[in-house]
Write a protein that binds this ligand. Structure first.
Ligand code: NAD
Length: 453
């Protein structure tokens, strides 16, 4: 039996004991998980520094504080989330109990990505635990230091049979995918998303696919361009552009392109100094393979800001590209790096058409003072989520379902949505063996007279 198979087997056996189900146990596990983030902050931050050059401030800000918040939310609402949910009754069920009972699915497989390795791996785990499941956690091998710390620390804080960590790369993940799970929660790119879904289909296992895509950013020429560009520059260059909901490219009127470039240039200087390479707040590309992938996207583009890189240090400068053509290499796939192409469009109609001709993105950003224009974008396009006049912050709003649509994924999570996503919402109808008279119409023989027709 392989290591992966053993871990799944143990998790299933532990789930079968029923110990993950009582609310007290779920709460105790969640609170213990929270302690990990308080007590082992340094181990977590050190690994993140090695993996992605994340600063000592960026790890709590972008990863662990959000997780602590999600745990607190689950702990304070668990009783309510797990309780029976009464639904509307009709004439036939007026004296019955009619409700939805959330129940655990069983053993969940969580496959995480490397860009925010704690956030995207542990956030689904919080929901899996809260919903009473067992979960096998597979962190990304690409953020190797973090995967090692997760493998070492998680068993010290949570039930190691119910929530095992399995490390490894493609071979290990594929071995895991041969096993039978009750749900697979995958975060990563769309190509592997299809591999995961295919494997899941063999066991009719439902999947949540948190994928990526090219998230557009439309800037209305009449808006406060200075504030818009400040927010975009932050959203794009945080974590060196390796954020699934980072603005991928800008669409704007040709008349404001120069101003947009200048504003972003100023913001880059203010955030990361004249020399971002030496700035502790500016991260690195995760490895040389991705460095080469991102740098190759510069082919044929006009660089307005940045454009330089250092392969030995996986450094790519915050970069703005202007007058980019739709057929440029940088526009063919998700950038996932610090390159920000600007494409000019002559009208709102053309911007909307441009978005609609491509795969549905994970996020869509509109910067405008005009609420009618914002609503128009919302009604005439589709994306996983949409934000007006800001970016990235939707990830921190637990009440909003976070997930993609079409090529950017399926299923959604965060807060109660994770709980629901990893529960079976079981329809329950409890009648009594009384009042048989009301049923007489349904029993044959059916006659027009009996039915009153
Ligand atoms: P990655 O390379 O870490 O892969 C993700 C996981 O898939 C890893 O655990 C890896 O072991 C596994 N994997 C890789 N190849 C596999 C294969 N052939 N078969 C089976 N398993 C395999 O991460 P990535 O895909 O480079 O991550 C970046 C992508 O993830 C971007 O597209 C980004 O937008 C997306 N992303 C989405 C979200 C979201 O919440 N929607 C969050 C973060 C990242």
């Amino acid at each position: 039996m392989s290591r992966e198979q053993k871990a799944v087997d143990r998790a299933r056996k532990a789930f079968s004991t029923g110990r993950s189900k009582p609310l007290e146990y779920r709460l105790q596990q969640l609170k213990s998980l929270r302690r990990l983030f308080v007590e082992r902050q340094k181990d977590i931050a050190d690994a993140m520094m090695k993996d992605l050059r994340k600063s000592e401030f960026s790890t709590p800000l972008y990863e662990t504080m959000g997780l602590e918040g999600e745990i607190d939310l689950a702990v304070s609402h668990l009783k309510e989330w797990a309780a029976p949910r009464p639904v509307a009754k009709n004439l036939m069920t007026i004296s019955d109990q009619v409700y939805v009972q959330p129940e655990p699915l069983g053993v969940v497989l969580i496959i995480g990505a490397w860009n925010y390795p704690w956030a995207v791996t542990i956030q689904p785990l919080i929901g899996a635990m809260a919903a009473g499941n067992a979960a096998v956690v597979k962190p990304s091998e690409v953020s190797a230091h973090t995967a090692k710390v997760m493998e070492e620390l998680l068993p010290l804080y949570v039930d190691k049979e119910l929530y095992p960590v399995v490390t490894g790369g493609v071979a290990e993940t594929q071995e895991l995918l041969k096993q039978r799970f009750d749900h697979i929660f995958y975060t990563g790119n769309s190509v592997v998303g299809k591999v995961v879904m295919e494997a899941a289909s063999r066991h009719l296992t439902p999947v949540t696919l948190e994928l990526g895509g090219k998230s557009p950013c439309y800037i209305d020429k009449n808006c406060n361009i200075s504030i818009a560009c400040r927010r975009i520059a932050w959203g794009k260059f945080t974590n060196c552009g390796q954020t699934c909901i980072a603005p991928d490219y800008i669409l704007c009127d040709p008349s404001i392109q120069d101003l947009v470039v200048e504003e972003i240039r100023q913001n880059v200087k203010e955030f990361y100094t004249e020399n971002p390479k030496t700035c502790p707040d500016y991260g690195r590309i995760v490895n040389q393979r991705h460095y080469r992938r991102v740098m190759s996207m510069l082919d044929g583009c006009t660089v307005a800001v940045g454009g330089d890189g250092d392969e030995s240090d996986c450094y790519i400068a915050p970069t703005v590209l202007c007058d980019v053509k739709p057929d440029a290499k940088v526009m063919q796939e998700e950038i996932f790096g610090p390159l920000l192409p600007i494409l000019t469009v002559g009208s709102v109609d053309k911007a909307i058409d441009f978005i609609n001709q491509r795969e549905k993105p994970l996020a869509l950003y509109i910067y405008s003072h005009d609420s009618k224009l914002i609503k128009r974008f919302i009604s005439e396009t589709s994306s996983g989520g949409v934000v007006a006049n800001d970016c990235l912050v939707q990830f921190s709003v637990s009440a909003l379902p976070f997930g993609g649509v079409g090529n950017s994924g399926m299923g959604a999570y965060h807060g109660k949505h994770t709980f629901d996503q990893l529960s079976h919402l079981r329809g329950c109808l409890i009648k009594q063996l009384k009042m048989e008279g009301v049923n007489k119409l349904r029993y044959p023989p059916h006659t027009a007279k009996k039915l009153g027709w």
